[in-house]
Design a binder for this molecule. Structure first.
Ligand code: CTP
Ligand code: MG
Length: 224
């Protein structure tokens, strides 16, 4: 079975709030998305890297994309899950191919964490994802904005990407990609009754969400 990376990059970046979607903002004079694609393309055990962009994307074609292995799928949808489902259908993968779905906005994934995921999930029956144990104390809020409860954080993890599943199982899980309960690939797999494997991620594999995140991403990439 082959390994294929699928990178949803069809979002608007509404929380970031820039006119240009965050995946096309420049980091060290290249679009943020190019850094995301680099780590996937440089991994020898990943044979194909496909990026999903919006059919109406006005930015992608104005950059050079020197990454070998790169395929562009103009099938983005209204939600992340729908973009992934569209990309997966366009991949024409074999049912037992591994698909690694990785957010365009996680541009600081390290080769080590990627390799850890491949190593630990490589022979898993279901698949798995990078994630991190919650470090902060967790509060549940009341409607009045006061603390209703402190939630024990043991056993709580924050999901990252890549999330790695067989193409056939993932396609089945994403048949109803418009279901709002599907917020990542693992949640879709869970709805089928399966338990994805958790693989230790890393803090630097955060998702660029707010403008100040770009400063941190630039510092991490510059230190490599
Ligand atoms: N994404 C996508 N298609 C969508 C929505 C999101 O491909 N309809 C992608 C984004 O481009 C991003 C990844 O999914 O790389 C993670 O989503 P997120 O960080 O939420 O990005 P946006 O949806 O663009 O940002 P926001 O939620 O702030 O609008
Ligand atoms: Mg979003």
């Amino acid at each position: 079975s082959r390994r294929i990376a699928l990178v949803p990059a069809a979002g608007h970046g509404s929380r970031f709030g820039s006119a240009t979607p965050k995946q096309y903002l420049l980091l060290d004079s290249r679009p943020l998305l190019a850094h995301t694609l680099d780590v996937l393309c440089r991994c020898a055990s990943i044979g194909r890297v496909a990026v999903v962009i919006s059919p109406g994307d006005e930015w992608f074609d104005s950059f050079d994309w020197p990454q070998p292995k790169l395929e562009v799928l103009r099938v983005g949808g209204p939600s992340r899950a729908e973009s992934v489902a569209g990309g997966l259908a366009a991949l024409a993968a074999d049912a037992d191919d591994w698909v690694l779905v990785h957010d365009a906005a996680r541009c600081c994934l390290s080769p080590d964490a990627l390799q850890r995921l491949l190593d630990e999930v490589g022979d898993d029956a279901i698949g798995g994802l990078l994630a991190q144990p919650v470090a902060d104390t967790v509060k549940r809020a009341s409607p009045q904005g006061r603390v209703a409860a402190t939630v024990p954080r043991d056993g709580l993890w924050l999901a990252q990407t890549p999330q790695m599943f067989r193409a056939g199982l993932l396609a089945e899980a994403l048949q109803d990609a418009a279901n709002p309960a599907i917020t990542d690939e693992a949640s879709a797999i869970e709805l089928l009754g399966h338990a994805p494997r958790l693989v230790e991620g890393e803090a630097q594999n955060f998702k660029v969400t707010w403008p100040q995140d770009l400063v941190l991403a630039a510092a991490i990439l510059a230190a490599r």
